[in-house]
Design a protein around this ligand. Structure first.
Ligand code: DQQ
Length: 582
């Protein structure tokens, strides 16, 4: 039953402490040869392990990374993912497999694709699913062959009447696409085929990520029959000095986003734009561009100003990598999956027995101005909501803090909006502050301002010694004083008393006009994850944290305003049930 909590708001003032510096670690799948078969001796999941999540996708134990080949078949959602069956660090990679009817609760199956043939004996790496005309699913994936070359292989379900698609057969013609001397493709940088799409000539196309002379490259291949693939003369896209492009994704989005509907990958025409996304191996960041695709000529042109470099758009400005979308034909929506990797070292991963999770699947559409994408957790997640604590509209005075009581603060869904009525105290944005992450690191949650910081202390200990702060600051634009720039930050510097983790602070500018719009914030809090959606999904930041005090029942949630100007806050917080996952 919903519970009014105005009486439950607790009020106090806080004195502010120092800001913290940035520590940027490259947390990714490094190769630890000596640890690849190291796992807990117990076959059971670590039931009491405090960092296990309640509703994020993860197997009971071991290493996971990229989401692979998501699809829907006969009403069942399938998620495959990179998995090490023998250990807690990356290695021995297979396609593990789980299914769901609601994208929230998942049941495990045997690995769908695992090394067994000369063309994938050293690993079954990432790839995608394509639903062929007639509804038959096909999986294209990268195999690491005997010579340690990256080649592209095809597999089909063994039994199409099995909605769980439990067994997959690799076709005897594999590998279908190989690096050769003639095509001058780097054999150790040629991977992660996309979902294929049909062009107007009824020929299939797909893209494979690569590296050529330090440039990131998305090689385009065409095929009449899905078996014999020919490399196109020109890549679909490339970028100088970008380094290896992993896990490319290429898909259409409707220009008119008002219905929230998505479209099949083989859709083109004047009513759609095309999104091209890459995962940058060198920085472990993802960027996407929005542009126009001419399927007759296979030319893709990003819109003016749409770049896949440092100033480019990202799905998520925190921990989120190797992502992939698929078209959910049952509900006409495009869904995005992404891998959240750990911020801890292999030693602690071995201790906890697992490493890596998938972010909550998100619907993804073009924003109404056509300049960026907007993401939102799939609506099915809301069925985990239990107790609702309504936050009636109240004014958070400057330098104040209020606790939200009556929810399970370690496992919650927060939806709030902030309103500002007086903008005079907004600080001017220095023209040199172009990098939001650096700005958030300089101006962490404890640095007082005019308009902001205001937001949430999630996964907080009672005394706030530990907290993951998700907040906004509003600046006056330096070139137009009637305009305001909204900065969203996720400050992990105090997320844990344990000093051995990556506590990088993340940041993003959010394209919201706070003069005329409410500034919303949704945060999915799940023990060791805070996945936040700012400006109704215009900027997302995922934090991976390991509190030592703010664990389970000792976890607290606060709303705060450390700016000198008051802000209004209103919304709801729900306790979330635990999903049945694997
Ligand atoms: N992970 C896979 C590769 C991909 C990388 C190997 C991205 O196929 O390029 O596990 O995280």
């Amino acid at each position: 039953m919903a519970m009014m909590i105005s009486s439950l708001w607790q009020f106090c003032f806080l004195s502010l402490a120092l800001s913290y510096g940035v520590v940027e670690l490259q947390a990714s799948h490094h190769v630890h040869d000596n640890l690849q078969t190291t796992q807990l001796t117990s076959t059971q999941p670590q039931a009491k392990e405090p960092y296990r999540t309640g509703y994020h996708f993860q197997p009971p134990k071991n290493w996971i990374n990229d989401p692979n080949g998501p699809l829907i078949y006969k009403g069942i959602y399938h998620l495959f993912y990179q998995y090490n069956p023998k250990g807690v660090v990356w290695g021995n990679i297979v396609w593990a497999h789980s299914t769901s009817t609601d994208l929230v609760n998942w049941i495990p199956h045997e690995a769908a694709i695992y090394p067994s043939q000369p063309f994938d004996i050293n690993g079954c790496w990432s790839g995608s699913a394509t639903i062929l005309p007639g509804g038959k699913p096909a999986i294209l994936y990268t195999g690491i062959n005997r010579q340690h070359q990256q080649v592209q292989n095809l597999a089909f379900p063994k039994n199409l009447s099995d909605p769980f698609l439990s067994e997959w057969i690799k076709i005897p013609q594999n590998p279908l696409i190989s690096p050769t001397l003639a095509n001058q493709i780097n054999a150790t940088a040629f991977r992660d085929p996309t979902t294929a799409w049909l062009g107007p000539d009824k020929h299939w196309r797909l893209v494979i990520g690569s590296l050529r002379n330090q440039a990131g490259v998305a090689y385009l291949y065409r095929s009449k029959d899905f078996l014999y693939w020919v490399k196109a003369k020109h890549p679909l896209h490339s970028q100088k000095k970008a380094g290896m492009w992993e896990c490319p994704d290429f898909f259409p989005v409707l220009k008119d986003s008002s219905t929230g509907v998505g479209v099949d990958t083989s859709t083109y025409g004047p009513h759609v734009k095309h999104v091209f996304k890459i995962s940058l191996n060198d920085t472990r960041k993802e960027y996407y561009v929005i542009g126009t695709y001419n399927p007759s000529k296979d030319i893709y042109i990003p819109d003016e100003g749409s770049v896949e470099s440092d100033s480019g758009l990202r799905y998520d400005y925190g921990k989120f990598y190797a992502s992939k979308t698929f078209f959910d034909s049952a509900k006409n929506r495009r869904i995005l999956w992404g891998w959240i990797n750990e911020s801890s070292n292999p030693k602690s991963d071995i201790r906890k027995g697992w490493s890596g999770l998938q972010a909550i699947p998100r619907t993804i559409v073009l924003d109404k101005f056509g300049k960026q994408l907007v993401q939102w957790p799939v609506v099915e997640l809301e069925k985990l909501r239990t107790t609702e604590v309504k936050l009636p509209s109240i004014v958070l005075k400057g330098e104040s803090l209020r606790e939200v009581l009556g929810v399970t603060a370690a496992q919650a869904d927060v939806e709030v909006a902030f309103e500002i009525s007086d903008f005079r105290k907004a600080e001017a944005l220095d023209p040199s502050w172009i990098n939001p992450q650096i700005l958030c690191s300089k101006k962490g949650a404890s640095v007082k301002g005019g308009l902001g910081p205001f937001g949430l202390f999630a996964l907080a200990s009672k005394d706030l010694k530990e907290n993951t702060a998700v907040f906004y600051r509003i600046f006056k634009s330096h070139n137009n004083y009637n305009k305001y720039v909204v900065l969203m930050c996720s400050d992990q510097s105090r997320s844990s008393l344990n000093q051995h983790n990556d506590k990088t602070t993340y940041g993003a500018f959010v394209n919201v006009d706070p003069l005329h719009e409410k500034l919303s914030l949704r945060s999915l809090i799940d023990h060791s994850i805070v996945e936040s959606f700012g400006g109704e999904g215009k900027a997302c930041i995922t934090a991976r944290v390991y509190p030592t005090l703010a664990v389970d029942g000792d976890t607290h949630l606060y709303a705060f305003n450390y700016g000198s100007e008051s802000v209004k806050i209103a919304g709801s917080v729900w306790s979330l049930k635990t999903a049945k996952i694997n």
